[in-house]
Design a protein around this ligand. Structure first.
Ligand SMILES: Nc1ncnc2c1ncn2[C@@H]1O[C@H](COP(=O)(O)OP(=O)(O)OP(=O)(O)O)[C@@H](O)[C@H]1O
Ligand SMILES: [Mg+2]
Length: 387
C-alpha cells in the first residue's frame, strides 16, 4: 500500500502471508485463496489503519504465454489523416487470434505502429499516411485461471481495479528503459513458479511460466535431511548457498528433525550440495527457455533475477557461470526513497504494482508522469471474461 503526493510515492506497508489454495501459481481452491488474500489485506489494514476496498492484482501461472501479432489496414480517410477509428480498426485486426476454447486474451501491449514505412510510431492518430500497421504483444492465458482469481476477489468483496501479468510489474520496478530497449531477460524465481521473460524495444516479446521454484529446493532439503518443510526453508534461507565450492565444510548447522525435538549437525557444504542439484536443474530450464526465445545473442542487458529465490546466496554467480551471460539481482531501484528493508528482489512485483498505480493516479489527476514504463501501452480486453 502506498500514498501518492504529486510525483512522490510514500510506501505505507507491505505484508506477506503464506498462500493456500495455489499450486504452481494456479488457483486450485478458491475458498483458501480468498482467505489468504483476506489475511494479507487484514494485516495491511492493521499496519496502516486504512481499509482496502480495491486493488491492482498481479497474476501468473503456467498457462500464460505471449503471442506477437501484426496487422495492416488501409487508412479510410480520403485526406489520409489517421483517426482514432483507424487505430481501433488495426488493433482489432491485430487481436484477432484463433485460440483454443479454454484460452483468452488477457492483455494487449501496443508495441509500435508503422505508418507507410515509418516504424517506431507510438501513437499514429493525427499522422498522415495511407497504410497503417500495428505490432502488438498479446498476453494469453487460461480463462479459468483468470475467472478463479476474480471469484476469489469477489468472495471477500475486493474490487479488482486491474489485472497485470506479474512479469510486467516486475519489469516496471527493476529494469531500466535502456535495458528494455536493447534487450534483457527478466527471470523471477518464486516459490512454485519461475517466470522467464524477454524484453526488447521497450516491450515484452516472450514469456514462459515454468512450474519450478524455491519450494522445490526446500522440499529436497526436507527429504534428504529428514526434517519439516518449515525447518528446511529456514536452513535454506539462513545458511543455504547455491554451489558447494562457495560453502564451508567446517561450518556446522543445527537442523531439527521433523518433530522438532532432536537436532543433527550438518555441514554447510552438504546443504549446498543438495541445493545445487536443484539450482542446476532450474538454471538449465531457464537457459533452455531463453534459447527457445531465440534471444541468447540479443541481450546486452543480460539476465535480471527477481523473486524470493533470487536471494539465495551465490545463485546469480552460479547462473552466470552456467550461461556465460551477465546476471544481476533486480532490486526495485526505480522507486526512490524506498526503505532498505523493502528493497529486495522478492518485492519487485509488488513494488512494480505500486509504481504503475501511482503513475495511473498521476495521469488521472492531470500530472505528466515522471517516466514511461513498459506497461503504459496496455489495453485491456478482459471485461467480457468477468461475467
Ligand atoms: N534468503 C533466501 N534464500 C533462499 N531462498 C529464499 C530466501 N528468501 C526467500 N526465499 C525463497 O523464495 C521463495 C518465495 O519467493 P516469492 O515470494 O517471490 O514467491 P511467490 O511470488 O510468493 O510465489 P510464486 O511466484 O511461485 O507464486 C520461497 O521458496 C522462499 O524460500
Ligand atoms: Mg511470484
Amino acid at each position: 500500500m502506498a500514498e501518492v503526493h504529486g510525483q512522490d510515492i510514500h510506501l505505507l506497508g507491505i505484508t506477506q502471508v503464506p498462500s493456500f489454495g495455489l499450486r504452481k501459481g494456479s488457483i486450485i481452491d478458491i475458498e483458501s485463496t480468498a482467505k489468504s488474500i483476506d489475511n494479507s489485506l487484514n494485516e495491511l489494514e492493521r499496519l496502516t489503519g486504512i481499509e482496502v476496498y480495491s486493488a491492482l492484482i498481479g497474476f501468473s501461472g503456467v498457462s500464460i504465454s505471449i503471442v506477437n501479432n501484426h496487422a495492416v489496414i488501409a487508412v479510410a480517410n480520403p485526406t489520409y489523416e489517421i483517426t482514432l477509428e483507424d487505430k481501433e480498426r488495426v488493433l482489432n485486426s491485430a487481436r484477432n487470434l484463433s485460440l483454443p476454447l479454454d484460452k483468452a486474451i488477457i492483455q494487449i501491449i501496443e508495441r509500435q505502429y508503422i505508418v507507410d514505412s515509418y516504424d517506431g510510431v507510438k501513437d499514429p492518430v493525427g499522422m498522415v499516411g495511407s497504410r497503417l500497421e500495428a505490432e502488438v504483444s498479446i498476453v494469453v492465458g487460461a480463462i479459468a485461471a483468470i475467472q478463479n482469481l476474480q471469484r476469489s476477489a469477489n468472495k471477500i468483496n475486493l474490487h479488482v481495479n486491474g489485472l497485470m501479468y506479474n512479469a510486467l510489474l516486475g519489469a516496471e520496478s527493476v529494469l531500466s528503459p535502456a535495458e528494455t530497449e536493447m534487450g534483457v531477460a527478466l527471470v523471477d524465481i518464486g516459490g512454485g513458479t519461475t517466470e522467464v521473460s524477454y524484453f526488447e524495444e521497450g516491450s515484452i516479446i516472450h514469456t514462459s511460466v515454468l512450474p519450478v521454484g524455491g519450494e522445490y529446493i526446500t522440499k529436497d532439503l526436507a527429504i534428504v535431511l529428514r526434517t519439516s518443510m518449515e525447518e528446511a526453508k529456514r536452513v535454506k534461507e539462513k545458511h543455504g548457498v547455491a554451489s558447494p565450492d562457495k560453502a564451508r565444510s567446517d561450518l556446522m548447522i543445527n537442523v531439527h528433525n521433523i518433530q522438532g525435538k532432536s537436532a543433527q549437525q550438518v555441514s554447510q557444504q552438504v546443504i549446498a550440495e543438495i541445493i545445487s542439484a536443484r539450482v542446476l536443474e532450474i538454471t538449465e530450464l531457464i537457459y533452455a527457455e531463453l534459447k527457445q526465445f531465440g534471444c541468447l545473442n540479443r541481450m546486452p542487458g543480460g539476465i535480471v533475477l527477481t523473486g524470493g529465490a533470487a536471494e539465495l546466496a551465490g545463485l546469480a554467480d552460479a547462473m552466470e557461470e552456467y550461461s556465460s551471460i551477465p546476471v544481476r539481482i533486480g532490486l526495485p531501484e526505480n522507486m526512490k526513497g524506498l526503505p532498505t528493508d523493502f528493497n529486495r528482489p522478492q518485492n519487485a512485483v509488488v513494488l512494480g504494482g505500486v509504481l504503475y498505480s501511482a503513475r495511473q493516479a498521476a495521469i488521472k489527476s492531470g500530472d505528466s508522469p515522471r517516466f514511461i514504463g513498459v506497461i503504459d501501452r496496455i489495453t485491456y480486453w478482459l471485461k467480457d471474461l468477468f461475467r
